[in-house]
Design a protein around this ligand. Structure first.
Ligand code: ASP
Length: 333
């Protein structure tokens, strides 16, 4: 059997950065990146495209659509895809792509680095090699490969801002490792249904992280300007009731105006359970809010953008929200 054909899609990030007058800026194309790791030709055949060169701070949902379209346009010509991307918003883009391209049997692998590929000490080369190994393997779907870990696209989060061990898998095991150039798969989630591409997103999704004493006017403001509001509340979840104002009333007004409201937790692990405390249960029992359970906030944001790009009919939104896609949600009480 011949070598697998992999498409490398460049988008920028530290991996492709060089020092400019005001700090690191993405300069190198995907073809230039590849020159630093000529041994990848032993793993697979590679073709390169460069979609844009951005620090991922500047990547928006419209860029997710461009990456998805680039993959869709040449899906039949390649066995797998590597997307090199800045680490700062990689988890969001990987989640976005998990909803835009569903049930892919071919691997779509995100990677990047904490240090530029031209630096003497860098994680870029290893991450690229590992990503190509994964893209040329029989793993499937959207994933992130970083520092030897293979993480499902809907479960990734950047949990270290500087060290090479930058990403964690939240509320879900890593699906495998790349060790000494070999893929060690722990689990192999595979879809039985045909691949499906989507081409629309509604980017008007806002996130509010509660702080003690938060003014509910902020929620009001965000609800007026967006189709959906995600509230990262405390612990297993709930909304504060202060003498100065009630989140209950604010959220109710937003819901009555046809907006979607999701409650989640700002605690990194184990997810929400609104049923436990009065502050949560009184909301869940009386208002048609949605609950994130074990989904990551990155996945909730991307999932809402995908859902609201198709419908804003409340029952349909709820049905799609609670439908597991790409291993994004395990439990719904
Ligand atoms: N600021 C960079 C980016 O996200 C960080 C990185 O790639 O590691 O594009």
């Amino acid at each position: 059997m011949g070598k697998k054909r992999i498409l490398l899609i460049g988008t920028g990030g530290t991996i492709a950065s060089e020092m400019g007058d005001n700090g690191l800026e993405p300069e190198l194309t995907s073809r230039q990146l590849l020159r630093y790791v000529p041994d990848i030709s032993e793993i697979c055949e590679v073709e390169c495209i460069q979609l844009f060169s951005l620090d991922s701070t500047n990547i928006r949902p419209e860029h997710w659509l461009r990456i998805a379209k680039a993959i869709q346009d040449c899906y039949g010509q390649y066995d797998g895809f590597v997307v090199s991307h800045g680490t700062d918003t990689m988890a969001y883009t990987a989640a976005g792509l998990s909803y835009l391209i569903q049930n892919s049997l071919k691997p779509i692998v995100f990677t990047g680095a904490q240090k530029p590929i031209g630096y003497e000490t860098t994680d870029s080369k290893q991450n690229l090699r590992d990503a190509f190994r994964a893209a040329a393997s029989d793993l499937s779907g959207v994933m992130l490969v970083f520092n030897g870990k293979i993480i499902i696209g809907t479960r990734a989060r950047k949990t270290h801002s500087k060290s090479f061990e930058a990403f964690s898998s939240i509320n879900y095991p890593i699906v495998g490792m790349v060790q000494d150039g070999r893929i060690i798969p722990y689990i192999r989630p595979k879809s039985e249904v045909p691949i499906r591409f989507y081409e629309a997103l509604d980017p008007k999704v806002a996130l509010l992280k509660l702080v003690p004493g938060v003014d509910c006017g902020i929620a009001e403001y965000l609800l007026e300007r967006n189709s959906a509001l995600i509230i990262e509340s405390f612990g297993v979840g709930g909304l504060p009731v202060y003498e100065t104002g009630s989140f209950y009333e604010t959220v109710k007004r937003g819901l009555d105006a046809g907006k979607t409201v999701v409650l989640t937790t700002q605690v990194e692990n184990e997810g929400s359970d609104l049923s436990v405390y009065h502050v949560g249960n009184s909301i869940k029992q009386n208002l048609p809010v949605l609950e994130a359970y074990d989904m990551t906030t990155e996945a909730v944001i991307a999932k809402l953008m995908w859902i609201l790009g198709q419908t804003n009919e409340r029952a349909k939104v709820a049905e799609l929200f609670y439908t597991p896609i790409a291993c994004d949600i395990l439990y719904v009480f």
